[in-house]
Write a new protein. Structure first.
Length: 572
């Protein structure tokens, strides 16, 4: 009988290790994943048992974790990595209906059921199993000291091991941004991020990261609440008339890979068929990183370092103050090194929803999730709607950004970096074309049914370096020319085009003008006929008074006047 109890206990401890085993299997770096996740948990469990000498007490202490295991395992199977602080934020922001949209009602119920069953079994075993405490002795003490030493050594290595270049770069950007905008860095130190990969002890670090960043956001939100634009309409639009204005923020999309701009591949088969669409081929972003580029788009403000200041209101704020109901749907993460400052502005919307449980580094939900949610929002009773849609777009790894049916570009020369990287990137642009066409289709249908006016304005946060025969680099976050050129386009519905005929004429005329993403704030408010005291007509892309300004990039470099050099076209 006692042997059966031992078999059950061994199985329970094995089940506790399942998330770590799955992470080791699904990760591209199997050994590294195993060392980060499974090894510390083995040390932790052995230390706990040898120090208390009570196996049943340790099992009782760990029993609540069995409720989480089905969800954690499901997440790793789908996204190839453990959950994170960002996932805690998504869960916190979501209600049961939104969670069901991500997991399905059956998925939620089945996981809860399995988790509760495991929890009950662990409780019964920890209470009923006829197993005595481990006797004291040299062997017990040796195991205790070895496991304790191993844990200390492991934690020391995690906190002191030098980061790779990419991790160090991200950490530096985090610290620099924190100083520039008076926002505490929050989140986790590099060592803590390594330890957060494990289960179950990693959960402690994930919760710590969530709490830390949440506090930083709450402190920063205070400044935005004090901002008053005092907006007014520049033309009279009846309150009962439907207005639907949508800003789509893309990700890593280069204009020279859009068929609409003359690219020799058919990356825009759907958008090419649509009337009243205008693609702008010469738009520059001041930054090649999402968390620095997007706030500039949202606020139209830059300080002396060409960063968006914390005390700047966003498009969400001004539309809200102008009487619009505001929505933010994001297929990116709500917290983390890429998104904290963006989340501050997103949090001011009337309705905020995150549709992605994945991350930048691996698999994630496709941008079609945005479309599913947009349909519900358009049916909201509000007459005036301003909607921000934040895509994951073309963020590396590219092969995880589109479903199999969009794996269209397969032939071509193999290039430096991952195999057929250029083809994978163009597939992401092809999928973006599909998503944007679906957004337009939804707005078009809704505004026609309700005799309303509307537009969709799309702009990518930054561009992307792609490897060539000369340049072996790819991605963004550098000071290479292609990372600052961004895809951007405007679509106007029929009612809007007919009423404001000068706008489509000017948009067509200026498709190749040297625009700057900082001017998007005044361009979108002007398109929506919202005015405010500090508005500058010279920032409005389609105004006769528009003026080209210096397009500063990477902090201190004039994009149009700086020299280029090196294999990757570095801006010097």
């Amino acid at each position: 009988m006692r042997n059966k109890w031992w078999i059950i206990i061994i199985c329970l401890f094995f089940i506790l290790m399942i998330p770590n085993i799955l992470f080791s299997i699904k990760s591209e770096e199997h050994l590294k994943a195993f060392i980060l996740s499974a090894i510390p948990q083995i040390f932790f469990i052995v230390f706990g048992i040898s120090s208390t000498r009570n196996l049943k007490l340790i099992l009782l202490f760990l029993s609540p974790l069995y409720i989480i295991i089905p969800f954690e395992s499901w997440y790793i199977l789908n996204y190839n990595e453990p959950s994170s602080s960002q996932i805690i934020a998504v869960v916190k922001e979501s209600n049961i209906e939104e969670a069901a949209g991500l997991l399905g009602y059956y998925g939620i119920i089945s996981k809860i059921f399995v988790g509760i069953i495991l929890f009950i079994i662990a409780i019964i075993v920890s209470v009923k199993a006829p197993i005595n405490k481990i006797p004291k002795g040299k062997k017990q003490k040796a195991i205790l000291y070895v496991s304790l030493f191993s844990l200390i050594l492991y934690y020391y290595v995690c906190f002191n091991l030098s980061p790779d270049a990419n991790a160090l770069q991200q950490q530096n950007f985090q610290e620099n941004l924190s100083q520039d905008v008076n926002l505490t860095s929050g989140g986790l130190a590099l060592g803590e991020r390594r330890l957060s990969k494990s289960f179950p002890t990693g959960i402690i670090f994930r919760i710590k990261g969530y709490i830390s960043e949440k506090r930083a956001l709450e402190n920063a939100i205070y400044h935005i609440d004090e901002i008053k634009f005092n907006p007014f309409r520049s033309i009279e639009i009846p309150n009962e008339e439907q207005e639907i204005y949508v800003l789509v923020i893309g990700e890593s999309a280069r204009p020279d890979h859009f068929q609409l701009n003359g690219y020799d591949r058919q990356t825009n088969p759907e958008l090419s068929k649509i009337k009243n669409i205008f693609s702008f081929s010469n738009v520059v972003s001041p930054w090649s990183m999402t968390r620095l580029a997007v706030p500039v788009i949202l606020t139209g403000k830059m300080d002396k370092n060409h960063l968006s200041p914390l005390d700047a209101g966003s498009l969400v704020t001004i539309f809200k103050q102008a009487g619009f109901k505001t929505y933010w749907i994001s297929n990116q993460s709500p917290l983390g090194i890429h998104d904290s400052l963006i989340s501050i502005h997103a949090s001011k919307s009337d309705k905020l929803l995150y549709t992605n449980l994945g991350s930048y580094s691996g698999k994630s939900n496709y941008d079609i999730e945005i479309i599913k949610t947009l349909g519900h929002i358009l049916n909201d009773k509000a007459q005036k709607k301003f909607i921000v849609l934040h895509m994951i777009g073309s963020h590396f790894p590219y092969e995880h950004r589109y479903p199999k049916e969009f794996d269209f570009f397969k032939k071509g020369e193999k290039i430096n970096g991952p195999p057929l990287l250029l083809n994978q990137y163009d597939n992401t642009i092809l999928y973006t074309d599909y998503i944007l066409s679906k957004i337009i289709e939804l707005i078009k249908t809704y505004t026609e049914e309700n005799h309303g006016i509307g537009f969709m304005f799309y702009i990518s946060d930054h561009g992307e370096t792609l490897p060539t025969k000369e340049c072996t680099q790819f991605g963004h976050g550098h000071n290479y020319d292609p990372e600052f050129m961004v895809a951007s386009l405007l679509w106007l519905n029929e009612n809007y085009s007919n009423r404001f005929k000068e706008i489509p004429k000017m948009a067509e005329k200026r498709k190749d003008y040297p625009f700057y993403s900082r001017q998007v704030f005044d361009t979108i408010t002007s398109l929506a006929h919202i005015n405010y005291n500090e508005r500058l007509e010279e920032n409005y892309w389609f105004s006769e008074k528009w003026k080209k300004e210096k397009r500063w990039v990477f902090g201190d470099r004039d994009f149009d006047m700086s020299d280029r050099g090196g294999a990757c076209n570095e801006i010097r």
